[in-house]
Design a binder for this molecule. Structure first.
Ligand code: CMC
Length: 430
């Protein structure tokens, strides 16, 4: 067995080394504290493998992303989102019969308990749809409280995948004051979602193929991305044996932040600001480089990719196709292309390996579909659902998996004595 040697406190320790199926090496420090009394320190977890996982492989230096071994480019161009959900969760692409049943279940379970409709009435009209989504998903535990094992887990998985699009579409319908629209079994996941968003009782609505294809690809591209902030959150919460709905609801909240899934909304807001300020992309990039401005080029950079994010490449091309086919001219796309050109030729971005990530072009594509900006992160959450579920399930199925409980290095005050309030000196802060 390969080992790594650690010399610490005058002692030598042999730490086991193992490799993953793509030859990624790991030094096993799971006994480090027990053996040496010290813990490993890695804020932001950039160097820590928190689990062994067989779901998604990323090589950030080469720009490779594969789900269960299948390259993202092949899945994004040839598969449908429901198939990819099955692949991620059940580790194989379904055959025709399995797929028929799976798709039917996904439509039949899209309906939500009529009582839950009252929740939509209770939210203020201006609520952010991510707040509604997290609350609705957590509430599913109240409607399906059965203990999770065997078939109940499978049933809850289907419920969650199916109902998330209903929550998303209904939160939009509520915001525009239109009646809710339910899905039909003859449509795919993406077609149904478009119909639930944009159909009205006034006329027939057939989801346009160009939009359904683009949405299908967007959902697949977002479906999993190994141990990112929200997925690690789902695993962290799930490690306490919290139920599927509670764990995934926590993931939705983690995704919301602007450094993670919220970046797709932040990119559009940034592009709009640049246009409002006169459209000077060079001046904006110069401002980003001044650290004291604290501005970032949103949609650029990634913890794992030190090369072009393969998802951004697919989305850039999809934007081109959709805008051309629909004859749309979006000034935001022109600004994004110019920013990319400037950044990719600028020393600051080159030195730091900063490239467009998935969020740089996704928002522009959602805009072309007519999806409002504050729904963008909800779209990301819908796509990421099978990934969160697959990770929650993988962890649950891992024998002897332990509750996640990192250590810390305490830097606060050392022991001091309590002084009763009458004898306490006056506080300097006043
Ligand atoms: N604009 C300007 N400078 C940047 C950017 C950016 N977008 N991203 C990183 N940097 C700089 C950063 O200031 C630092 O510079 P220095 O070494 O001089 O201090 C260096 O690059 C390394 O950055 P970091 O913050 O240590 O990198 P990280 O791995 O902790 O953060 C990130 C990754 C994605 C949070 C970050 O690149 C970022 O804030 N990007 C903008 C937000 C964004 O687009 N997020 C979506 C990520 S992809 C979708 C998802 O998975 O959620």
């Amino acid at each position: 067995m390969k080992t790594a040697k650690l010399v610490y406190g005058g002692e030598e320790y042999d730490l086991p080394v193992f490799t993953g199926s793509e030859n990624e090496s790991a030094i096993d420090i799971s006994k480090l504290r027990e053996q040496t009394g010290a813990v490993a320190y890695d804020p932001g977890y950039g160097n820590v493998g928190s689990c062994r996982s067989a779901i998604t492989f990323i090589d950030g230096d080469k720009g490779i992303l594969r789900y269960r071994g299948y390259p993202i480019e092949q899945l994004a161009r040839k598969a449908c989102f429901s198939e990819v959900c099955h692949l991620l969760i059940h580790n194989h692409l379904p055959d025709e019969e399995e797929f028929g049943l799976w798709r039917r279940e996904l439509t039949l379970n899209s309906f939500i308990h009529e009582d839950m409709l009252k929740f939509f009435e209770g939210f203020p009209t201006k609520s952010h749809p991510m707040a509604i989504l997290a609350a609705m998903i957590a509430s599913l535990s109240a409607y399906h409280p059965e203990e999770e094992r065997g078939q109940t887990i499978e049933k809850n998985i289907i419920r969650l995948l199916a109902k998330v699009k209903t929550f998303a579409a209904f939160s939009y319908k509520k915001s525009v004051g239109e009646p809710f629209v339910y899905p039909l079994t003859r449509y795919s996941y993406a077609q149904n979602f478009l119909r639930m968003m944009f159909a009205t009782p006034a006329e027939e609505y057939e989801p346009p193929k160009v939009l359904a294809d683009a949405l299908n690809m967007l959902l697949i591209i977002h479906a999993d991305h190994e141990q990112n902030c929200s997925t690690s959150t789902v695993r962290m919460v799930g490690s306490s044996r919290a139920n599927l709905f509670a764990s995934v609801s926590a993931g939705v909240s983690a995704l919301w932040g602007s450094l993670h899934g919220g970046a797709n909304q932040a990119v559009i807001e940034m592009l709009e600001r640049i246009i409002d300020d006169g459209g000077d992309c060079k001046a904006f990039v110069a401002k980003v480089k001044e650290k004291k401005s604290r501005a970032r080029l949103m949609g650029f950079g990634h913890r794992v990719y030190k090369n072009y994010d393969p998802r951004a490449r697919l989305l850039k091309k999809a934007n081109d196709d959709v805008h051309r086919k629909l004859g749309i001219k979006d000034p935001l796309l022109d600004v994004a292309l110019e920013l990319e050109e400037i950044a990719l030729n600028d020393e600051y971005f080159i030195e730091r390996n900063l490239y467009p990530n998935v969020d740089f072009y996704s928002g522009i594509l959602y805009r072309a579909m007519g999806i409002p900006t504050d729904m963008f992160t909800v779209m990301f959450a819908m796509g990421r659902m099978p990934g969160w579920i697959a990770h929650w399930k993988e962890q649950r199925d891992t024998p002897n998996s332990r509750i996640h409980r990192p250590r810390q290095i305490y830097t606060g005050t050392t022991e001091r004595k309590f002084i009763p309030i009458s004898k306490r000196p006056k506080s300097k802060k006043g």
